[in-house]
Ligand binder design. Structure first.
Ligand code: PLP
Length: 418
């Protein structure tokens, strides 16, 4: 029996998977998460898995805080200050200073606030640049702000944005995602930021697919504004509040386009005049979604004792190993995601029947997702996935393709959420 072993590619990959898992053991947080037995969850980039701490924090916020403390919880359980407190924890993960991040609204609304406020810091400049291939809400929000303020939206690929900016003097803001949500391509945050600043423009970064998996280095990169999602890699739960970063040098001039009482200097003075609060608090709007923030705060404890650079290393190892497995197993699908390190924490494959491929994988217990028009998108949330899981997933991909399971009728009917 054993003589046949060296020729078995799965056997060799399995040994390598175990070795890599040993190398990256310090960033393994699998035990902190609740995942159904036998399931390989490659959708943590869309809805992060639930951790025990997130579940317990949600239960405590409902049962003890709301149930027993009632209104007193605003003070006694720190509900009022939660947007800034949890913002500070996220700031550590994205390389921003304390007091520059707040949580509370959706990514869409946070982006609206950032784009609107940023363009007003560059009066006289009429152009806003964004990526036509951005997640649609990013394009919609940016377009909406431009229409409201009489600015011009120019759709420019991140590939071309540095050339567009060079020598220009008409751009107020460049609003880009650090990671392309479809292809997983990682753009050069520092280089694009520098190009914008050299042209006198500001930059707003969308970190939805970066936060928690990439050592973003927001301050080191000189970013002006940023937003990101709480329910993706950060695992804050469905509809978790998003975060908004405003660089300290812009806080004094930050004009929140939604003047609410939570962003007021003295909210309980109940004054009809609006005096903005100092610091990042002025980016708040109305009563924060307390239960969502509490759940997110619990979820973030998964990062306690971890450095994001080490999580990033694990992420690159997982995605790199996945592509290696596909190669060794002879899975002949185009890999859309860059093979060098310029990628986020996902691997996207192209297949004309991508939707059915994803459904067939789900039937095998490997959950990924489909993105228009032909992308099989597989996210590798590093804290709860191992290299062994990665190999198992690659074997399932091979089997779905080789056995042509995507041709089965039951995998072709589209659900509402893809
Ligand atoms: C996930 C995601 C969003 C989601 O925005 P919501 O307001 O939470 O619906 C926005 N932008 C990007 C780039 C995303 O990846």
């Amino acid at each position: 029996m054993s003589e046949a072993a060296p020729a078995d590619p799965v056997r060799a990959l399995s040994r390598k998977a175990r070795d890599l898992d040993a190398v990256h053991a310090a960033t393994d947080r699998r035990d902190a998460f609740v995942l159904p037995e036998g399931l390989i969850y490659l959708d943590g980039n869309s809805l992060g898995a639930m951790s025990k701490a997130a579940r317990d924090a949600a239960a405590d916020a409902v049962t003890r805080q709301w149930g027993e403390q009632l209104i007193r919880a605003w003070n006694e359980s720190g509900w009022w200050s939660a947007p800034e407190r949890v913002g500070d924890r996220i700031a550590e993960l994205i390389g921003a200073p304390a007091g520059s991040v707040v949580v509370g609204d959706s990514t869409t609304i946070s982006l609206y606030k950032a784009v609107h406020a940023a363009t007003r810091l560059r009066p006289g400049r009429r152009v806003v640049l964004t990526d036509p291939d951005s997640f649609p809400t990013d394009v919609h929000v940016t377009r909406g702000v431009c229409e409201q303020l009489g600015l011009t939206l120019e759709l420019v690929s991140p590939n071309d944005v540095e050339a567009r900016l060079a020598g220009s003097n008409d751009v107020a803001l460049a609003a880009y995602s650090q990671v392309d949500y479809r292809t997983g391509q990682l753009w050069d945050l520092a280089a694009i930021t520098t190009a914008a600043h050299d042209a006198g423009a500001l930059v707003c970064w969308d970190l939805c697919h970066s936060a928690g998996v990439i050592d973003v280095g927001l301050s080191g990169g000189g970013a002006d504004f940023a937003v990101g999602c709480g329910y993706k890699y950060l695992s804050g739960g469905p509809g978790a509040p998003a975060f908004l970063f405003v660089a300290p040098q812009h806080l004094g001039d930050f004009n929140n386009p939604i003047l609410g009482w939570n962003g007021h200097a003295t909210p309980f003075a109940m004054s009809p005049e609006h005096i903005p609060a100092d610091g990042i608090t002025r980016a708040r709007v109305g009563t924060p979604p307390v239960l969502g923030i509490a759940t997110l705060e619990g979820a973030l404890t998964a990062y306690d004792g971890l450095k994001v650079v080490d999580v990033r290393r694990r992420s690159l190892s997982l995605t790199g190993f996945f592509v290696e497995c596909l190669d060794v197993l002879g899975v002949d699908l185009p890999v859309v995601t860059p093979r060098d390190d310029a990628r986020g924490s996902q691997v996207s494959l192209r297949h004309p029947e991508a939707y059915a491929v994803v459904q067939a994988l789900i039937a095998r217990g490997v959950i990924g997702d489909f993105r228009e028009s032909d992308i099989v998108r597989l996210g590798f949330a590093p804290l709860y996935l191992s290299h062994e899981d990665t190999l198992t997933a690659a074997v399932h991909v091979r089997d779905v393709i080789v056995r042509r399971e995507f041709e089965h009728e039951q995998f072709r009917a589209r659900a509402t959420v893809t």
